[in-house]
Ligand binder design. Sequence first.
Ligand code: GLU
Length: 329
Amino acid sequence: MTVRGRLAPSPTGMAHLGNAWAFLLAWLAVRSQGGELVLRMEDLDIERSSVVYMQMLMSDIRWLGLDWDEGPTPEKEAADWHQANRFHLYREALERLKEAGLAYPCFCTRKDLMVAHAPHLGDAGYAYPGTCRHLAREEVAARLQKGQPCSWRYASQGTTYHFADCLHGPQAVRLEDCGGDFVLCRADGVFSYQLAVSLDDGLMGISQVVRGRDIMPSTARQLALLEALDFAAPQYCHIPLLLDTDGERLAKRQASLSLEALRMRGVTAGRVIGLLARIAGLTDRLEIVHPRDLISTFAISALRREDYRLTTADMHWLEGRGHEPDAEQ
Ligand code: GLU
């Protein structure tokens, strides 16, 4: 079976080194297995997403020397690969979950949730205490009838989800350990990341997911939805995060580490890939590299597991200060 991976950026800001890192590893994981790569624009958050960022993301991916087989391109729109155009599919999936008794309306307001939650903040946020799951049927009907705003939550079945992460090994997680009954659709009608990603991974036949380890707490929720919607689970690989020189996670608001800003400072794609490859342990010294040169020796399970904090020397090397490379590309 052909491996199918995905690049799934949210076009809510300029791509930074951390995005380049995730794109490179997801791309190598697919290309080293002769697979196919989908580009999916995760523009669910319509207000924060922009066409300008989508265009920039696509040109950044190409600038890095990476490519994709399906999805939009800078030259051609491909509506089906934009989550903003897939709400009808998410709506249908939500109806299926409701019919299966796996979704229930939740009338809790943000304020109710703040008060109700014990101060136990894990990676996945506060655990929902299940307040609305136990409302009497008649009360639910009456509230819905009155048009009281509600979100829809997944009704956990207490299952333990097992998956073998390529880097972190066997995992066994219950939804109760990562936030409990999670939101499928918000009260304002916006579908949740969990629902959209699970359905899209299923419908797009994704068999390999390579993404940051910060998303690992979502995996059990996505496995629950994939199973409920009758899709096979992909293989997951949660890669370490790149941290800035202060040890903070890279974020889109750190404009100075955006690929655009680096390019403006004269940084070449060959140096960006060279640095990322060195960090990943794919090369044994800092050198200018093209992604295609890494394909033949790439093995995802051999990647480092620990987050990496960029150093001042790394930044100097990117800018061409310090070690002199043999040839620029
Ligand atoms: N769209 C998410 C992001 O840009 C990635 C989601 C995923 O890989 O599941 O962080």
